[in-house]
Write a protein that binds this ligand. Structure first.
Ligand SMILES: C[S@@+](CC[C@H](N)C(=O)[O-])C[C@H]1O[C@@H](n2cnc3c(N)ncnc32)[C@H](O)[C@@H]1O
Length: 308
């Protein structure tokens, strides 16, 4: 049986971070199994609204089967399209909060047919949106050694990237790589295992990020997010590894830093002083949460508020 359970990470902290108003309009950009969406629905009143997105069709089907609420609109879409969606709904500048809980959900990881896990054998797919794009197996077949090495190095920060790419291409001379365990075994042949960490952890993360264009998605969504928000609207973003956290951190810093004026120049225009965002800081999961949900160990929640 395929599990549909996902334990929401930093639930209380992220819902609090949105500073929810009864009649507010919120976007949950990463619906998953709807834990955070339900947290928002619990706090808004009759006139509040939630727009929930996910690029995984199974998340959308789950929502349709399990969450009947007239205040909720669920849309199958990558979150990079958030601005276009909000614009079609005539809600640009009216969104009171956007929540993004990045990465994959437990049902995605636990379902071996999705190909995200190096612990169970399944087709090497790794697409969050199974209706679109190239699977990891197809990509590994068509990419050359250098491209594979670069992806594994860049998105997995894996020092053995060149050796892994070379082992993959050597294997492909006589065999195709079709399953997760085939790939995990090739990687295990060239990367030493470390305590508590499977040798393929970094490579699988890297290939998943590349296949789903996760960093491009995040950058595009962030770039247009400020325009969507109402004055004092909030952004709350939970990331799970340093590469995506760096993107969120730099975005918030860039938009919350005051432009310095040449010394001695009088401030004639208040707009020069104004920044687009106010940085409300970052939080980690509590020790208690980490004890019961291992996934929260690497979570970082960053929060920012749109300036009035
Ligand atoms: C960590 S889970 C979210 C869990 C959710 N907050 C909950 O409480 O159930 C991440 C979800 O975001 C989706 N996702 C990841 N990247 C996405 C993107 N670029 N666009 C839309 N959905 C995305 C994944 O398909 C997955 O279902």
């Amino acid at each position: 049986m395929i599990s549909n359970h996902h334990q929401s990470v930093m639930f209380t902290e992220s819902i609090d971070a949105l500073n929810i108003k009864k009649d507010g309009i919120y976007i949950d950009a990463t619906f998953g199994r709807g834990g955070h969406t339900c947290g928002i629905l619990d706090k808004i009143g009759e006139n509040g609204r939630v727009i929930a997105l996910d690029q995984d069709i199974s998340a959308i089907e789950y929502a349709k089967d399990n969450l009947m609420d007239k205040r909720l609109k669920v849309i199958h879409s990558p979150f990079a399209n958030m601005y276009e969606i909000v614009s079609q709904l005539n809600l640009v500048g009216k969104i009171d909060g956007v929540l993004m809980d990045l990465g994959v959900s437990s049902p995605q990881l636990d379902n071996k047919e999705r190909g995200f896990s190096f612990n169970t054998d399944g087709p090497l797919d790794m697409r969050m949106d199974q209706t679109n794009g190239t699977s990891a197996a197809q990509w590994l077949y068509s990419a050359d050694e250098e491209e594979i090495a670069n992806v594994i190095y860049r998105f997995g920060e894996e020092k053995r990237s060149r050796h892994i790419a070379s082992a993959i291409k050597k294997h492909q001379k006589d065999n195709v790589i079709e399953t997760t365990l085939q790939l995990a075994n090739i990687i295990s042949g060239v990367v030493k295992s470390k305590k508590n960490k499977h040798p393929a952890t970094r490579s699988f993360q890297a290939i998943r990020i590349f296949i789903n264009q996760e960093l491009n998605q995040l950058t595009q969504a962030l770039e247009k997010s400020i325009d969507l928000l109402s004055p004092n609207g909030r952004l709350a973003i939970i990331s799970f590894h340093s590469i995506e956290d760096r993107i969120v951190k730099r975005f918030i810093q860039k938009n919350s830093r005051q432009k310095s004026l040449p010394k001695g120049l009088p401030i004639v225009n208040e707009k020069i002083k104004k920044t687009k965002l106010k940085d409300l800081g970052k939080k980690f999961a509590s020790k208690d949460e980490v004890k019961v949900n291992k996934r929260s160990r690497s979570a970082i929640l960053r929060v920012a508020e749109k300036s009035k």
